[in-house]
Design a protein around this ligand. Sequence first.
Ligand code: XMP
Length: 535
Amino acid sequence: MGTGNATPEQKVIVVDFGAQYGQLIARRVRDLHVYSEIVPCDITAAEVVELNPAAIILSGGPASVYAEDAPSIDPEILGLGIPVLGFCYGQQAMAVALGGAVGHTEKGEYGAALITRAGESELLDGTPGQQTVWMSHRDAVSRVPEGFVVTSRTETCPVASMEYPERNLYATQFHPEVRHTEFGQTMLRNFLFEVCGLTPDWTMDSIIDDSVAAIRETVGDDRVILGLSGGVDSSVVAALCARAIGKQLTCVFVNHGLLRKGEPEEVEEVFTHQFDVDFIHVHAEKRYLELLAGVTDPEEKRRIIGTQFWKEFFAVAQELADDGRPVQFLAQGTIYPDIIESGARKTGGKASTIKSHHNLIPFPDGVSFELIEPLDHFFKDEVRALGTALGLPDYIVHRQPFPGPGLAIRIIGDVTEEKLEMLKNADAIVREELDAYNERLYQETGERNSEHSVWQYFAVLPDIKSVGVMGDERTYQRPIILRAVESSDAMTADWAKLPYDVLARVSGRIVAEVPGINRVVYDITSKPPSTIEWE
Ligand code: XMP
Protein backbone atom coordinates (compact mmCIF):
# COMPACT_ATOMS: atom_id res chain seq x y z
CA MET A 1 0.00 0.00 0.00
CA GLY A 2 1.37 3.39 -0.91
CA THR A 3 1.06 6.38 1.35
CA GLY A 4 -1.79 8.84 1.46
CA ASN A 5 -4.47 6.22 1.29
CA ALA A 6 -6.77 4.53 3.72
CA THR A 7 -7.83 0.94 3.84
CA PRO A 8 -10.60 0.03 6.23
CA GLU A 9 -9.98 -1.99 9.37
CA GLN A 10 -12.58 -4.50 8.28
CA LYS A 11 -11.37 -6.38 5.22
CA VAL A 12 -11.55 -9.64 3.33
CA ILE A 13 -8.46 -11.09 1.74
CA VAL A 14 -8.68 -13.08 -1.47
CA VAL A 15 -5.90 -15.66 -1.78
CA ASP A 16 -5.19 -15.81 -5.49
CA PHE A 17 -4.38 -19.20 -6.98
CA GLY A 18 -4.36 -17.96 -10.55
CA ALA A 19 -4.21 -14.41 -11.84
CA GLN A 20 -7.61 -13.31 -13.12
CA TYR A 21 -9.70 -15.35 -10.68
CA GLY A 22 -8.80 -13.29 -7.63
CA GLN A 23 -9.67 -9.94 -9.19
CA LEU A 24 -13.19 -10.96 -10.02
CA ILE A 25 -13.82 -12.25 -6.49
CA ALA A 26 -12.40 -9.10 -4.91
CA ARG A 27 -14.71 -7.02 -7.07
CA ARG A 28 -17.78 -9.05 -6.14
CA VAL A 29 -17.01 -8.59 -2.44
CA ARG A 30 -16.54 -4.88 -2.97
CA ASP A 31 -19.86 -4.77 -4.85
CA LEU A 32 -21.38 -5.82 -1.52
CA HIS A 33 -19.69 -2.85 0.19
CA VAL A 34 -17.01 -4.81 1.99
CA TYR A 35 -13.39 -3.91 1.31
CA SER A 36 -11.29 -6.73 -0.13
CA GLU A 37 -7.71 -7.12 -1.16
CA ILE A 38 -5.86 -9.73 -3.22
CA VAL A 39 -2.88 -11.59 -1.75
CA PRO A 40 -0.65 -14.20 -3.40
CA CYS A 41 -1.19 -17.86 -2.54
CA ASP A 42 2.18 -18.32 -0.87
CA ILE A 43 1.05 -16.06 1.97
CA THR A 44 1.95 -17.51 5.37
CA ALA A 45 -0.23 -17.76 8.47
CA ALA A 46 1.93 -15.12 10.18
CA GLU A 47 1.38 -12.71 7.30
CA VAL A 48 -2.35 -13.32 7.44
CA VAL A 49 -2.35 -12.54 11.16
CA GLU A 50 -0.53 -9.31 10.44
CA LEU A 51 -3.14 -8.28 7.85
CA ASN A 52 -5.86 -9.16 10.34
CA PRO A 53 -8.66 -9.91 7.84
CA ALA A 54 -12.23 -10.59 8.93
CA ALA A 55 -12.53 -13.33 6.31
CA ILE A 56 -10.48 -15.24 3.76
CA ILE A 57 -11.57 -16.39 0.31
CA LEU A 58 -9.51 -18.90 -1.65
CA SER A 59 -9.81 -18.37 -5.40
CA GLY A 60 -9.92 -20.85 -8.23
CA GLY A 61 -6.87 -21.53 -10.32
CA PRO A 62 -5.72 -23.48 -13.34
CA ALA A 63 -3.45 -26.03 -11.60
CA SER A 64 -4.18 -29.57 -10.49
CA VAL A 65 -3.62 -29.93 -6.72
CA TYR A 66 -1.44 -33.00 -7.14
CA ALA A 67 0.72 -31.50 -9.90
CA GLU A 68 4.34 -30.83 -9.12
CA ASP A 69 4.73 -27.21 -7.92
CA ALA A 70 0.95 -26.94 -7.47
CA PRO A 71 0.18 -24.04 -5.14
CA SER A 72 -1.16 -24.99 -1.74
CA ILE A 73 -2.56 -23.21 1.28
CA ASP A 74 -0.64 -23.09 4.53
CA PRO A 75 -2.87 -25.41 6.71
CA GLU A 76 -2.19 -23.15 9.69
CA ILE A 77 -4.21 -20.42 7.94
CA LEU A 78 -7.26 -22.68 8.02
CA GLY A 79 -6.82 -23.07 11.77
CA LEU A 80 -6.61 -19.39 12.69
CA GLY A 81 -10.33 -19.24 13.43
CA ILE A 82 -10.88 -16.69 10.64
CA PRO A 83 -13.80 -17.80 8.40
CA VAL A 84 -12.56 -19.27 5.11
CA LEU A 85 -14.47 -19.78 1.87
CA GLY A 86 -12.85 -21.68 -1.02
CA PHE A 87 -13.95 -21.73 -4.67
CA CYS A 88 -13.03 -24.48 -7.16
CA TYR A 89 -9.26 -24.94 -6.77
CA GLY A 90 -9.72 -23.23 -3.40
CA GLN A 91 -12.07 -26.02 -2.30
CA GLN A 92 -9.63 -28.65 -3.47
CA ALA A 93 -6.66 -26.95 -1.78
CA MET A 94 -8.69 -26.75 1.45
CA ALA A 95 -9.64 -30.43 1.22
CA VAL A 96 -6.07 -31.57 0.64
CA ALA A 97 -4.67 -29.33 3.39
CA LEU A 98 -7.08 -30.84 5.92
CA GLY A 99 -6.65 -34.51 5.00
CA GLY A 100 -9.39 -35.01 2.39
CA ALA A 101 -8.79 -36.31 -1.13
CA VAL A 102 -9.09 -34.94 -4.65
CA GLY A 103 -9.39 -37.06 -7.79
CA HIS A 104 -10.05 -36.83 -11.50
CA THR A 105 -13.74 -36.88 -12.35
CA GLU A 106 -14.76 -39.20 -15.18
CA LYS A 107 -15.58 -36.27 -17.39
CA GLY A 108 -14.88 -32.67 -16.49
CA GLU A 109 -17.63 -30.08 -16.06
CA TYR A 110 -17.34 -26.83 -17.99
CA GLY A 111 -20.06 -24.21 -18.05
CA ALA A 112 -23.56 -24.33 -16.58
CA ALA A 113 -24.34 -27.27 -14.25
CA LEU A 114 -27.28 -28.13 -12.04
CA ILE A 115 -26.57 -28.69 -8.34
CA THR A 116 -28.88 -30.45 -5.93
CA ARG A 117 -28.63 -29.36 -2.32
CA ALA A 118 -28.01 -31.91 0.42
CA GLY A 119 -29.09 -31.07 3.97
CA GLU A 120 -28.61 -27.83 5.87
CA SER A 121 -26.11 -25.29 4.66
CA GLU A 122 -25.23 -21.85 6.02
CA LEU A 123 -23.63 -20.91 2.74
CA LEU A 124 -26.52 -21.99 0.50
CA ASP A 125 -29.20 -20.78 2.88
CA GLY A 126 -32.11 -19.11 1.08
CA THR A 127 -31.26 -20.66 -2.30
CA PRO A 128 -33.39 -23.33 -4.06
CA GLY A 129 -32.95 -27.09 -3.78
CA GLN A 130 -31.87 -27.19 -7.40
CA GLN A 131 -30.06 -24.32 -9.09
CA THR A 132 -27.70 -23.47 -11.90
CA VAL A 133 -24.05 -22.84 -11.13
CA TRP A 134 -20.94 -22.28 -13.22
CA MET A 135 -18.36 -25.05 -13.20
CA SER A 136 -14.94 -25.28 -14.76
CA HIS A 137 -12.99 -28.30 -13.55
CA ARG A 138 -11.59 -31.69 -14.25
CA ASP A 139 -10.56 -32.56 -10.69
CA ALA A 140 -12.92 -32.59 -7.74
CA VAL A 141 -12.95 -33.44 -4.04
CA SER A 142 -13.53 -37.21 -3.76
CA ARG A 143 -13.40 -37.44 0.06
CA VAL A 144 -14.19 -34.53 2.36
CA PRO A 145 -11.89 -33.93 5.33
CA GLU A 146 -13.05 -35.06 8.76
CA GLY A 147 -15.81 -32.90 10.22
CA PHE A 148 -17.06 -31.57 6.85
CA VAL A 149 -20.51 -32.25 5.44
CA VAL A 150 -21.42 -32.28 1.76
CA THR A 151 -24.01 -29.58 1.06
CA SER A 152 -24.63 -30.06 -2.67
CA ARG A 153 -23.69 -32.31 -5.59
CA THR A 154 -24.12 -32.64 -9.35
CA GLU A 155 -24.40 -35.82 -11.41
CA THR A 156 -20.70 -35.65 -12.13
CA CYS A 157 -19.40 -34.06 -8.98
CA PRO A 158 -20.05 -35.74 -5.63
CA VAL A 159 -18.89 -32.70 -3.63
CA ALA A 160 -20.21 -29.57 -5.35
CA SER A 161 -20.00 -27.80 -1.98
CA MET A 162 -18.97 -28.67 1.57
CA GLU A 163 -18.76 -26.98 4.93
CA TYR A 164 -17.65 -27.34 8.53
CA PRO A 165 -19.63 -24.56 10.23
CA GLU A 166 -18.18 -25.18 13.71
CA ARG A 167 -14.77 -24.26 12.30
CA ASN A 168 -16.08 -21.58 9.93
CA LEU A 169 -14.82 -23.41 6.83
CA TYR A 170 -16.88 -23.35 3.61
CA ALA A 171 -16.15 -24.29 0.03
CA THR A 172 -17.71 -24.80 -3.38
CA GLN A 173 -16.48 -26.62 -6.47
CA PHE A 174 -18.39 -24.10 -8.60
CA HIS A 175 -17.73 -20.40 -9.04
CA PRO A 176 -20.15 -18.17 -7.07
CA GLU A 177 -18.25 -15.09 -8.29
CA VAL A 178 -19.38 -15.66 -11.88
CA ARG A 179 -22.65 -14.06 -12.94
CA HIS A 180 -23.84 -17.34 -14.49
CA THR A 181 -24.06 -18.84 -11.00
CA GLU A 182 -27.66 -17.93 -10.36
CA PHE A 183 -27.43 -17.42 -6.59
CA GLY A 184 -23.72 -16.61 -6.36
CA GLN A 185 -24.22 -13.20 -4.75
CA THR A 186 -26.65 -14.71 -2.19
CA MET A 187 -23.95 -17.20 -1.19
CA LEU A 188 -21.36 -14.44 -0.89
CA ARG A 189 -23.81 -12.41 1.16
CA ASN A 190 -24.48 -15.39 3.43
CA PHE A 191 -20.76 -15.81 3.98
CA LEU A 192 -19.91 -12.16 4.55
CA PHE A 193 -22.91 -11.05 6.58
CA GLU A 194 -24.29 -14.18 8.27
CA VAL A 195 -21.15 -16.28 8.82
CA CYS A 196 -18.59 -13.50 9.31
CA GLY A 197 -20.99 -10.88 10.70
CA LEU A 198 -19.49 -8.13 8.55
CA THR A 199 -21.31 -4.86 7.89
CA PRO A 200 -21.67 -3.45 4.38
CA ASP A 201 -20.22 -0.05 5.22
CA TRP A 202 -17.56 0.37 2.55
CA THR A 203 -19.55 2.98 0.65
CA MET A 204 -18.56 5.88 -1.55
CA ASP A 205 -19.08 8.31 1.36
CA SER A 206 -16.92 6.31 3.73
CA ILE A 207 -14.26 5.84 1.05
CA ILE A 208 -14.07 9.58 0.43
CA ASP A 209 -14.01 10.42 4.15
CA ASP A 210 -11.28 7.87 4.86
CA SER A 211 -9.20 8.91 1.85
CA VAL A 212 -9.44 12.58 2.71
CA ALA A 213 -8.42 11.87 6.32
CA ALA A 214 -5.48 9.71 5.19
CA ILE A 215 -4.20 12.34 2.75
CA ARG A 216 -4.46 15.04 5.42
CA GLU A 217 -2.61 12.92 7.90
CA THR A 218 0.20 12.06 5.50
CA VAL A 219 0.62 15.53 4.06
CA GLY A 220 0.18 17.65 7.19
CA ASP A 221 1.10 21.24 6.31
CA ASP A 222 3.31 20.25 3.41
CA ARG A 223 2.77 20.75 -0.30
CA VAL A 224 1.87 18.26 -3.01
CA ILE A 225 2.51 18.40 -6.73
CA LEU A 226 0.57 16.41 -9.30
CA GLY A 227 1.01 15.94 -13.03
CA LEU A 228 -2.43 16.33 -14.54
CA SER A 229 -2.88 14.67 -17.92
CA GLY A 230 -6.61 15.11 -18.41
CA GLY A 231 -7.04 11.36 -17.92
CA VAL A 232 -9.39 9.77 -15.39
CA ASP A 233 -6.84 8.65 -12.80
CA SER A 234 -4.84 11.84 -12.39
CA SER A 235 -8.05 13.89 -12.42
CA VAL A 236 -9.59 11.82 -9.62
CA VAL A 237 -6.41 12.11 -7.54
CA ALA A 238 -6.54 15.86 -8.07
CA ALA A 239 -10.20 16.05 -7.05
CA LEU A 240 -9.55 13.96 -3.95
CA CYS A 241 -6.48 15.98 -2.93
CA ALA A 242 -8.43 19.17 -3.62
CA ARG A 243 -11.06 18.02 -1.12
CA ALA A 244 -8.37 17.03 1.40
CA ILE A 245 -5.80 19.79 1.21
CA GLY A 246 -7.07 22.46 -1.21
CA LYS A 247 -4.41 24.98 -2.11
CA GLN A 248 -1.61 22.84 -0.70
CA LEU A 249 -1.97 21.00 -4.00
CA THR A 250 -0.38 22.29 -7.18
CA CYS A 251 -1.65 20.64 -10.36
CA VAL A 252 0.77 20.88 -13.23
CA PHE A 253 -0.89 20.42 -16.59
CA VAL A 254 1.80 20.03 -19.23
CA ASN A 255 0.03 20.83 -22.47
CA HIS A 256 2.01 19.06 -25.17
CA GLY A 257 -0.46 20.10 -27.84
CA LEU A 258 -1.18 16.45 -28.61
CA LEU A 259 -4.50 16.17 -26.77
CA ARG A 260 -7.82 15.94 -28.53
CA LYS A 261 -9.79 18.99 -29.59
CA GLY A 262 -11.21 20.86 -26.61
CA GLU A 263 -9.46 18.79 -23.93
CA PRO A 264 -6.94 21.33 -22.62
CA GLU A 265 -9.75 23.86 -22.20
CA GLU A 266 -11.90 21.31 -20.37
CA VAL A 267 -9.10 20.40 -17.96
CA GLU A 268 -8.36 24.04 -17.25
CA GLU A 269 -12.04 24.85 -16.73
CA VAL A 270 -12.52 22.02 -14.22
CA PHE A 271 -9.39 22.67 -12.18
CA THR A 272 -9.65 26.42 -12.08
CA HIS A 273 -13.40 26.93 -11.63
CA GLN A 274 -14.68 23.77 -10.03
CA PHE A 275 -11.85 22.80 -7.72
CA ASP A 276 -9.93 25.22 -5.58
CA VAL A 277 -6.36 24.13 -6.28
CA ASP A 278 -3.26 25.79 -7.53
CA PHE A 279 -3.40 25.09 -11.28
CA ILE A 280 -0.45 25.66 -13.58
CA HIS A 281 -1.03 25.36 -17.31
CA VAL A 282 2.34 24.82 -18.98
CA HIS A 283 2.06 25.78 -22.64
CA ALA A 284 4.67 23.47 -24.09
CA GLU A 285 3.00 22.99 -27.49
CA LYS A 286 5.72 24.77 -29.47
CA ARG A 287 8.57 23.02 -27.68
CA TYR A 288 7.03 19.62 -28.37
CA LEU A 289 6.51 20.43 -32.06
CA GLU A 290 10.15 21.45 -32.35
CA LEU A 291 11.34 18.29 -30.63
CA LEU A 292 9.12 16.10 -32.78
CA ALA A 293 9.95 17.78 -36.09
CA GLY A 294 11.00 15.19 -38.65
CA VAL A 295 10.72 12.27 -36.19
CA THR A 296 8.91 9.31 -37.77
CA ASP A 297 9.81 6.35 -35.54
CA PRO A 298 6.94 5.60 -33.08
CA GLU A 299 9.19 4.59 -30.20
CA GLU A 300 11.34 7.66 -30.70
CA LYS A 301 8.20 9.82 -30.56
CA ARG A 302 7.17 8.12 -27.31
CA ARG A 303 10.61 8.60 -25.80
CA ILE A 304 10.78 12.28 -26.69
CA ILE A 305 7.29 12.98 -25.36
CA GLY A 306 7.85 11.09 -22.09
CA THR A 307 11.24 12.64 -21.39
CA GLN A 308 10.03 16.14 -22.15
CA PHE A 309 7.05 15.70 -19.81
CA TRP A 310 9.33 15.21 -16.82
CA LYS A 311 11.60 18.07 -17.88
CA GLU A 312 8.62 20.42 -18.02
CA PHE A 313 7.27 19.04 -14.76
CA PHE A 314 10.50 19.34 -12.82
CA ALA A 315 11.07 22.84 -14.16
CA VAL A 316 7.82 23.84 -12.45
CA ALA A 317 8.76 22.01 -9.24
CA GLN A 318 12.09 23.84 -9.30
CA GLU A 319 10.38 27.20 -9.73
CA LEU A 320 8.12 26.48 -6.79
CA ALA A 321 11.15 25.56 -4.68
CA ASP A 322 12.94 28.75 -5.78
CA ASP A 323 9.96 30.70 -4.47
CA GLY A 324 10.78 29.26 -1.08
CA ARG A 325 7.76 26.96 -1.22
CA PRO A 326 9.33 23.53 -1.70
CA VAL A 327 7.13 20.58 -2.48
CA GLN A 328 7.53 17.41 -0.42
CA PHE A 329 5.05 15.10 -2.08
CA LEU A 330 4.30 13.86 -5.57
CA ALA A 331 0.77 12.52 -6.04
CA GLN A 332 0.32 9.78 -8.60
CA GLY A 333 -2.74 8.14 -10.15
CA THR A 334 -1.49 4.58 -9.72
CA ILE A 335 -4.48 2.22 -9.55
CA TYR A 336 -4.88 -1.30 -8.14
CA PRO A 337 -4.49 -3.26 -11.41
CA ASP A 338 -1.12 -1.48 -11.98
CA ILE A 339 -0.01 -2.81 -8.62
CA ILE A 340 -1.37 -6.33 -9.08
CA GLU A 341 0.02 -6.62 -12.59
CA SER A 342 3.44 -5.32 -11.70
CA GLY A 343 3.53 -7.79 -8.80
CA ALA A 344 4.76 -4.88 -6.76
CA ARG A 345 2.85 -5.66 -3.65
CA LYS A 346 2.97 -8.87 -1.75
CA THR A 347 0.98 -8.50 1.38
CA GLY A 348 0.38 -4.82 1.54
CA GLY A 349 4.08 -4.13 2.14
CA LYS A 350 4.70 -0.43 1.80
CA ALA A 351 8.31 -0.44 0.75
CA SER A 352 8.03 -2.61 -2.31
CA THR A 353 5.28 -0.48 -3.82
CA ILE A 354 7.04 2.79 -3.39
CA LYS A 355 10.29 1.46 -4.75
CA SER A 356 8.85 -0.07 -7.89
CA HIS A 357 7.03 3.11 -8.77
CA HIS A 358 9.99 5.30 -8.03
CA ASN A 359 11.81 3.29 -10.61
CA LEU A 360 9.36 4.41 -13.24
CA ILE A 361 10.09 8.07 -12.66
CA PRO A 362 13.42 9.41 -13.81
CA PHE A 363 13.98 11.88 -10.98
CA PRO A 364 16.80 14.26 -11.85
CA ASP A 365 19.78 14.38 -9.49
CA GLY A 366 19.00 16.13 -6.29
CA VAL A 367 15.22 15.92 -6.73
CA SER A 368 13.24 13.71 -4.45
CA PHE A 369 9.62 13.45 -3.51
CA GLU A 370 7.66 11.21 -1.26
CA LEU A 371 4.94 9.53 -3.30
CA ILE A 372 1.30 9.57 -2.40
CA GLU A 373 -0.93 7.18 -4.31
CA PRO A 374 -4.48 7.54 -2.98
CA LEU A 375 -5.98 5.27 -5.66
CA ASP A 376 -3.61 2.35 -5.41
CA HIS A 377 -6.24 0.02 -3.96
CA PHE A 378 -9.08 0.87 -6.36
CA PHE A 379 -10.20 -0.79 -9.56
CA LYS A 380 -10.88 1.40 -12.57
CA ASP A 381 -14.66 1.41 -12.22
CA GLU A 382 -14.31 2.37 -8.54
CA VAL A 383 -12.01 5.23 -9.56
CA ARG A 384 -14.70 6.43 -11.98
CA ALA A 385 -17.40 6.19 -9.28
CA LEU A 386 -15.15 8.14 -6.94
CA GLY A 387 -14.66 10.80 -9.62
CA THR A 388 -18.39 11.18 -10.08
CA ALA A 389 -19.00 11.35 -6.33
CA LEU A 390 -16.37 14.10 -6.08
CA GLY A 391 -18.17 16.09 -8.75
CA LEU A 392 -15.96 15.56 -11.80
CA PRO A 393 -17.88 15.92 -15.06
CA ASP A 394 -18.75 12.86 -17.16
CA TYR A 395 -16.44 13.84 -19.99
CA ILE A 396 -13.51 13.27 -17.67
CA VAL A 397 -14.87 10.36 -15.64
CA HIS A 398 -16.07 8.37 -18.66
CA ARG A 399 -13.28 9.38 -20.97
CA GLN A 400 -12.15 6.61 -23.25
CA PRO A 401 -8.58 5.32 -22.92
CA PHE A 402 -6.15 7.72 -24.54
CA PRO A 403 -2.42 7.12 -24.95
CA GLY A 404 0.02 9.31 -23.01
CA PRO A 405 1.86 10.32 -26.22
CA GLY A 406 -1.49 11.47 -27.54
CA LEU A 407 -2.17 12.26 -31.15
CA ALA A 408 1.53 12.03 -32.03
CA ILE A 409 1.17 8.27 -32.34
CA ARG A 410 -1.99 8.62 -34.43
CA ILE A 411 -0.16 10.64 -37.05
CA ILE A 412 1.85 8.15 -39.06
CA GLY A 413 5.13 9.77 -40.05
CA ASP A 414 6.29 13.14 -38.81
CA VAL A 415 4.09 15.41 -36.71
CA THR A 416 3.35 18.92 -37.97
CA GLU A 417 0.97 21.61 -36.78
CA GLU A 418 -1.08 21.28 -39.97
CA LYS A 419 -1.50 17.50 -39.60
CA LEU A 420 -2.40 17.90 -35.93
CA GLU A 421 -5.12 20.35 -36.86
CA MET A 422 -6.58 17.95 -39.44
CA LEU A 423 -6.49 15.02 -37.07
CA LYS A 424 -8.05 16.96 -34.18
CA ASN A 425 -10.93 18.06 -36.39
CA ALA A 426 -11.54 14.60 -37.85
CA ASP A 427 -11.26 12.98 -34.41
CA ALA A 428 -13.80 15.40 -32.96
CA ILE A 429 -16.31 14.26 -35.61
CA VAL A 430 -15.58 10.58 -34.90
CA ARG A 431 -16.16 11.15 -31.20
CA GLU A 432 -19.33 13.12 -31.73
CA GLU A 433 -20.90 10.52 -34.00
CA LEU A 434 -19.83 7.47 -32.02
CA ASP A 435 -20.75 9.03 -28.67
CA ALA A 436 -24.20 9.47 -30.18
CA TYR A 437 -24.20 5.85 -31.40
CA ASN A 438 -23.23 4.55 -27.94
CA GLU A 439 -25.94 6.71 -26.41
CA ARG A 440 -28.46 5.23 -28.85
CA LEU A 441 -27.41 1.72 -27.79
CA TYR A 442 -27.77 2.74 -24.18
CA GLN A 443 -31.31 3.99 -24.78
CA GLU A 444 -32.16 0.71 -26.52
CA THR A 445 -30.52 -1.74 -24.12
CA GLY A 446 -30.42 0.18 -20.84
CA GLU A 447 -26.79 -0.89 -20.50
CA ARG A 448 -23.80 1.45 -20.65
CA ASN A 449 -21.50 -1.32 -21.79
CA SER A 450 -23.79 -3.42 -23.91
CA GLU A 451 -22.44 -6.15 -26.17
CA HIS A 452 -22.07 -3.78 -29.11
CA SER A 453 -20.99 -0.59 -27.36
CA VAL A 454 -17.89 0.81 -28.92
CA TRP A 455 -15.10 0.88 -26.38
CA GLN A 456 -12.50 3.05 -28.03
CA TYR A 457 -12.82 5.08 -31.22
CA PHE A 458 -10.63 7.58 -32.94
CA ALA A 459 -9.14 8.83 -36.18
CA VAL A 460 -5.68 8.08 -37.56
CA LEU A 461 -3.86 10.19 -40.13
CA PRO A 462 -1.60 8.12 -42.37
CA ASP A 463 1.35 9.42 -44.32
CA ILE A 464 -0.11 9.02 -47.80
CA LYS A 465 -2.23 10.96 -50.25
CA SER A 466 -4.74 9.81 -52.81
CA VAL A 467 -6.69 11.27 -55.68
CA GLY A 468 -10.25 12.44 -55.30
CA VAL A 469 -12.73 14.77 -56.91
CA MET A 470 -14.62 17.52 -55.11
CA GLY A 471 -16.97 19.66 -57.15
CA ASP A 472 -15.24 19.79 -60.52
CA GLU A 473 -11.81 19.80 -58.97
CA ARG A 474 -9.33 16.99 -58.80
CA THR A 475 -7.91 16.69 -55.29
CA TYR A 476 -4.75 15.03 -54.05
CA GLN A 477 -5.16 14.85 -50.28
CA ARG A 478 -4.88 12.68 -47.19
CA PRO A 479 -7.24 9.96 -46.02
CA ILE A 480 -8.48 9.48 -42.47
CA ILE A 481 -8.54 5.98 -41.02
CA LEU A 482 -11.42 5.30 -38.67
CA ARG A 483 -10.57 2.92 -35.83
CA ALA A 484 -13.40 1.71 -33.56
CA VAL A 485 -13.13 -1.37 -31.36
CA GLU A 486 -15.06 -3.44 -28.88
CA SER A 487 -13.00 -4.58 -25.92
CA SER A 488 -13.09 -4.84 -22.16
CA ASP A 489 -9.45 -4.51 -21.22
CA ALA A 490 -7.48 -3.52 -24.36
CA MET A 491 -5.64 -6.85 -24.22
CA THR A 492 -7.78 -8.16 -27.06
CA ALA A 493 -10.19 -6.23 -29.22
CA ASP A 494 -12.49 -6.70 -32.15
CA TRP A 495 -13.36 -4.09 -34.74
CA ALA A 496 -16.82 -2.70 -34.11
CA LYS A 497 -19.55 -3.83 -36.50
CA LEU A 498 -20.87 -0.30 -36.91
CA PRO A 499 -24.13 0.16 -38.80
CA TYR A 500 -23.70 1.54 -42.35
CA ASP A 501 -25.62 4.71 -41.54
CA VAL A 502 -23.13 5.56 -38.77
CA LEU A 503 -20.16 4.86 -41.04
CA ALA A 504 -21.73 6.94 -43.81
CA ARG A 505 -22.27 9.91 -41.52
CA VAL A 506 -18.74 9.82 -40.13
CA SER A 507 -17.26 9.58 -43.63
CA GLY A 508 -19.53 12.24 -45.12
CA ARG A 509 -18.90 14.73 -42.35
CA ILE A 510 -15.12 14.29 -42.29
CA VAL A 511 -14.63 14.91 -46.01
CA ALA A 512 -17.08 17.79 -45.96
CA GLU A 513 -15.84 19.48 -42.79
CA VAL A 514 -12.10 18.83 -42.58
CA PRO A 515 -9.99 20.64 -45.14
CA GLY A 516 -7.22 18.47 -46.56
CA ILE A 517 -9.09 15.15 -46.25
CA ASN A 518 -10.69 13.54 -49.31
CA ARG A 519 -11.20 9.90 -48.28
CA VAL A 520 -12.20 7.87 -45.19
CA VAL A 521 -11.35 4.19 -44.69
CA TYR A 522 -12.37 1.81 -41.88
CA ASP A 523 -9.86 -0.44 -40.13
CA ILE A 524 -11.40 -3.94 -39.95
CA THR A 525 -8.68 -5.81 -38.09
CA SER A 526 -8.93 -7.24 -34.62
CA LYS A 527 -6.26 -7.34 -31.91
CA PRO A 528 -4.40 -9.65 -32.31
CA PRO A 529 -3.02 -9.64 -34.97
CA SER A 530 -3.16 -5.82 -35.06
CA THR A 531 -2.95 -3.47 -32.11
CA ILE A 532 -5.61 -0.91 -31.28
CA GLU A 533 -3.34 2.04 -32.02
CA TRP A 534 -1.50 2.30 -35.32
CA GLU A 535 1.85 3.10 -33.73
P1 XMP B 1 -2.50 -1.18 -28.31
O1 XMP B 1 -2.26 -0.23 -29.43
O2 XMP B 1 -1.23 -1.73 -27.74
O3 XMP B 1 -3.18 -0.33 -27.16
O4 XMP B 1 -3.46 -2.28 -28.68
C1 XMP B 1 -3.78 -0.89 -26.03
C2 XMP B 1 -4.36 0.26 -25.21
O5 XMP B 1 -3.30 1.06 -24.68
C3 XMP B 1 -3.40 2.39 -25.17
N1 XMP B 1 -2.03 2.81 -25.52
C4 XMP B 1 -1.25 3.59 -24.77
N2 XMP B 1 -1.48 4.18 -23.58
N3 XMP B 1 0.70 5.11 -23.63
C5 XMP B 1 -0.49 4.96 -23.03
O6 XMP B 1 -0.70 5.54 -21.97
C6 XMP B 1 1.01 4.55 -24.82
O7 XMP B 1 2.12 4.72 -25.36
C7 XMP B 1 -0.02 3.74 -25.40
N4 XMP B 1 -0.08 3.02 -26.54
C8 XMP B 1 -1.32 2.45 -26.58
C9 XMP B 1 -4.31 2.34 -26.37
O8 XMP B 1 -4.99 3.56 -26.61
C10 XMP B 1 -5.23 1.20 -26.03
O9 XMP B 1 -6.31 1.62 -25.21
